[in-house]
Design a binder for this molecule. Structure first.
Ligand code: FAD
Ligand code: UQ1
Length: 412
């Protein structure tokens, strides 16, 4: 058995940011990470890798080099939570007892939930690809190059996802790839989304409808991928509203899997989570609604923000401060406004930098209309966000662009 003051379950973007802050304040001996992975991926780069703009090797560092050096790292996975007795059980059979806990497991990719999809992704000739997993992302650009006409279909699943813009970004990049390589005439491009909207924030949805209209991209709403037949190169979709099924052949299929929190949370954590398996927190304080010594950050929390690294940046200072408050016997004092950002890459030279809050109102950093496609925002996404993540967020030094927004407000 192990004991620790603060246990952080999951050393991804959120866990690492909060852990770095805690280690800075309390020093060695205060924080334990429970994290099974050897590698820490900067997942926002996957979109650019899929489009051939970056390499997989640029997207990760060793977990050891990313986790704060003053923290203890147990390289193991949580399999069950017992928040009533402040304990977590691990895959190797250990029990960890904590005084305070931050849950930051992120969400998992459930490719197996779509019949035929895993077989298709494992087959390098299937033209079925997916940029969500480091295991499959390097095949995406190869499939672009091999594409020789027909239907190119990009999907969005019937579940919450991380970076809800990513399923359509890769569609725009592909469409531009075709035009650059004089192959656009041979293709019909489809974005089939299970959602009833193209994007949840109207300010940006309006721009995206113009993009798809101008570029002859067919958008099918409420359309969910339910089966893949890689032999016949056919995909089956179900209309979420009418339940009507259609089967379409494809020359390329980019599939985004349904996602969920890990089974440890969904099935073995009692009332720590809501009915969907997300850690139930107060949406402004990120404190568990039932266990005051527990906080959640990032994709595994049920706070109704868009699940992005940018949201994690907006949450990490709030989680850290409120946890310190609780440790000092006070009430949580900081409030998260739901900030999230999604750099909607629309091609090799353009990006719409969406930024918004819980009310789905734009909360833009720069003093120009960010709903317009811009080269400057593509450069920001391509060359500035990864350093911001590695040197800022992962070291506990980046709390999101709120202060820049306030400073630039003098130009509005
Ligand atoms: P993660 O960073 O995923 O970390 C979770 C960690 O928990 C992992 O290290 C995992 O190994 C560990 N873990 C899992 N299960 C357990 C367990 N049972 N016990 C212990 N540890 C466990 N965000 C943006 O802001 N901008 C973007 O442009 C953007 N683009 C994206 C594009 C793609 C293709 C993808 C996949 C994501 C993108 N994101 C983007 C989203 C961003 O990567 C996530 O929102 C962010 O990483 C969430 O941080 P997290 O700490 O909650 O989870
Ligand atoms: C951000 O803070 C962040 O986390 C480090 C991202 O993830 C990679 C982002 O994509 C974005 C857009 C932000 C927000 C930052 C600015 C400067 C708008």
């Amino acid at each position: 058995n192990h004991k620790c003051k603060v246990l952080i379950v999951g050393g991804g973007g959120g866990g690492t940011a909060v852990g770095a802050k805690l280690c800075f304040k309390y020093g060695a001996g205060s924080v334990m990470f429970l994290e099974p992975s050897d590698r820490h991926y900067y997942q926002p780069m996957f979109t650019l890798i899929g489009g051939g703009m970056k390499k997989l090797e640029n997207s990760y560092k060793s977990m050891k080099s990313v986790l704060p050096s003053k923290a203890e790292w147990k390289k193991d996975r949580a399999v069950a939570f017992d928040p009533k007795s402040n304990r977590v059980e691990t895959e190797k059979g250990d029990i960890i007892e904590y005084d305070y806990m931050v849950v930051s497991t992120g969400i998992e990719l459930n490719y197996h939930k779509i019949p035929g999809l895993v077989d298709a992704l494992e087959n390098p000739n299937s033209q079925v690809v997916s940029n969500y997993s480091p295991k499959y992302v390097t095949n995406v650009f190869k499939a672009f190059e091999k594409f020789n006409g027909g239907n190119a279909i990009f999907t969005f699943p019937a579940s919450p996802v991380k970076c809800p813009g990513a399923p359509q970004k890769i569609c725009y990049i592909f469409e531009h790839y075709l035009r650059k390589n004089h192959k656009r005439n041979d293709a019909k491009v489809y974005y089939n989304t299970a959602l009833p909207v193209i994007f949840g924030v109207k300010h940006y949805a309006d721009s995206l409808w113009l993009v798809v209209k101008n570029r002859d991209i067919n958008v099918n709403l409420s359309t969910n991928l339910i089966e893949v037949n890689s032999e016949a190169k056919k995909a089956t979709f179900e209309n979420i509203v009418t339940k009507e099924r259609t089967t379409t052949d494809f020359g390329l299929l980019h599939a985004v899997p349904p996602m969920s929190t890990p089974s440890a949370l969904r099935e073995h954590s009692g009332d720590l989570v809501n009915e969907l398996g997300f850690v139930e927190v107060h949406k402004h304080t990120m404190q568990s609604v039932r266990y005051p010594n527990v906080f959640a950050i990032g994709d595994c929390a049920n706070s109704p923000n868009s699940k992005t690294a940018a949201a994690v940046a907006g949450q990490c200072h709030v989680v850290y401060r409120n946890l310190v408050d609780v440790m000092e016997g006070k009430k949580p004092s900081k409030s998260y406004d739901g900030y999230a950002s999604c750099p909607l890459v629309t091609g090799y030279n353009t990006c719409i930098l969406a930024e918004f809050d819980y009310n789905l109102q734009p909360l833009e950093t720069f003093p120009f209309d960010q709903s317009k496609e811009r080269l400057s925002m593509l450069i920001a996404k391509k060359d500035f966000m990864a350093p911001l993540y590695w040197y800022g967020l992962a070291n506990g030094l980046w709390n999101g662009p709120g202060f820049i927004r306030k400073a630039l407000n003098i130009f509005r």
